[in-house]
Design a protein around this ligand. Structure first.
Ligand SMILES: CC(C)(COP(=O)(O)OP(=O)(O)OC[C@H]1O[C@@H](n2cnc3c(N)ncnc32)[C@H](O)[C@@H]1OP(=O)(O)O)[C@@H](O)C(=O)NCCC(=O)NCCS
Length: 321
């Protein structure tokens, strides 16, 4: 994969193995991805005069939608078409690996928007649209706030009925999880089985009601003192009972105990979960450090529009400046 840019020769190269030479062209939180590129990571580098001058980095992890996590070009090399060539090369590689469409998410407050949005438009991606809310808080404050809600605290005092043990799946649990995932309400979810690779079991929970699995909260640990809550599911029969929030309470409490009250807890919620969006705005916004509106640009699906994209497959970390 290569391209000739205007002004001087610049190549785009599909990176493999150790790509740390390109670390200066992405954010600190992605440096670990560059140490040894996993098959699920697509990294396309731009090289001019033997130097790394650009990087498009993203994830294509078996779902039909690949996510571009970051793109950057060295300041001295900007406005020469390098980013456009990177986006095109990155998209071609994602399509080659089976992705039907591509997405890039970023915060509404991202300073890079002014350059990135016209770039995405030039590459043929959609206009930006609201994708969801990213909530960043502290485990201790979140646990206390949840525990203090009267509607929730009553439910928390039913240990004989509900159990929120840390994630440790038996064969029977796996079958129960697979059954839950067949429900239409689980559309777009991956569940603890598919998320095993990146799951942090100590901060994840299997929700049992009188011993039967009825839901889960799956968390990952992107940094030493930071937990991202990837996914929560509850059998709809038990909706409106505060059980999911109870599960979050247990997770935040464990996180505060194991990583400290000030350790960072993040979660992402999108419009396909309107109740969680409403709850986030009404309740969590009061105790969180910040609630950011996340925008997304995407390509049109390359194939049948009836395809349902599994948006939960993304890492929920965002393209940001
Ligand atoms: C965004 C960024 C990657 C663009 O890199 P680039 O190599 O300069 O972009 P290109 O030269 O390929 O630009 C292609 C098109 O994008 C648009 N574009 C790029 N930079 C732009 C800017 N600063 N303002 C407005 N439009 C811009 C233009 O339409 C441009 O075409 P044109 O030059 O023919 O008008 C670069 O500015 C950058 O590294 N920014 C910092 C990191 C960042 O914010 N990344 C985005 C979020 S992850």
């Amino acid at each position: 994969m290569s391209g000739i840019m205007r002004m001087h020769v610049c190549r785009t190269v599909l990176l493999t193995g150790d790509a740390r030479l390109f670390s200066g062209l992405t954010f600190n939180r992605y440096h670990r991805l560059l140490i040894s590129l996993e098959p699920s990571v697509i990294a396309v580098g731009a090289i001019a005069g033997g130097r790394p001058v650009g990087l498009a980095l993203g994830i294509c992890n078996g779902t039909q939608e690949a996510e571009l996590l970051s793109i950057a070009v060295a300041p001295a090399e900007r406005r020469r078409g390098i980013a456009l060539a990177l986006v095109q090369a990155w998209s071609e590689e994602a399509a080659r690996r089976g992705a039907f469409s591509m997405i890039a998410r970023y915060s509404e407050t991202n300073a890079g928007r002014a350059a990135f949005e016209p770039l995405a438009a030039r590459a043929g991606w959609s206009a930006p649209a609201e994708d969801g809310l990213l909530v960043t808080g502290r485990a201790g404050a979140m646990a206390e706030a949840v525990g203090a809600w009267r509607a929730i605290s009553g439910r928390l005092a039913q240990p004989h009925l509900y159990d929120y043990a840390t994630m440790n799946l038996s064969d029977a649990d796996r079958t129960a999880v697979s059954t839950c995932l067949l429900r239409p309400e689980a559309n777009g979810m991956l569940g603890p089985l598919a998320l095993t690779d990146r799951m942090a079991p100590a901060f994840s929970t299997l929700i049992r009601r009188e011993g039967t699995v009825v839901g889960w909260v799956v968390a990952s640990q992107p940094a030493e003192r930071s937990i991202h809550y990837d996914e929560a599911f509850l059998d709809p029969v038990y909706w409106h009972s505060g059980i999911t929030i109870g599960a979050y309470h247990h997770c935040y409490t464990r996180q505060a105990m194991l990583l400290g009250r000030d350790s960072v807890a993040t979660y992402y919620t999108d419009p396909t979960r309107p109740r969680m969006v409403a709850l986030t705005r009404r309740r969590f916004a009061q105790v969180a450090d910040r609630v950011e509106t996340i925008l997304a640009v995407r390509t049109a699906p390359a194939q049948s529009s009836s395809t349902s994209f599994n948006r939960k497959g993304s890492t929920h970390e965002h393209c940001s400046a």
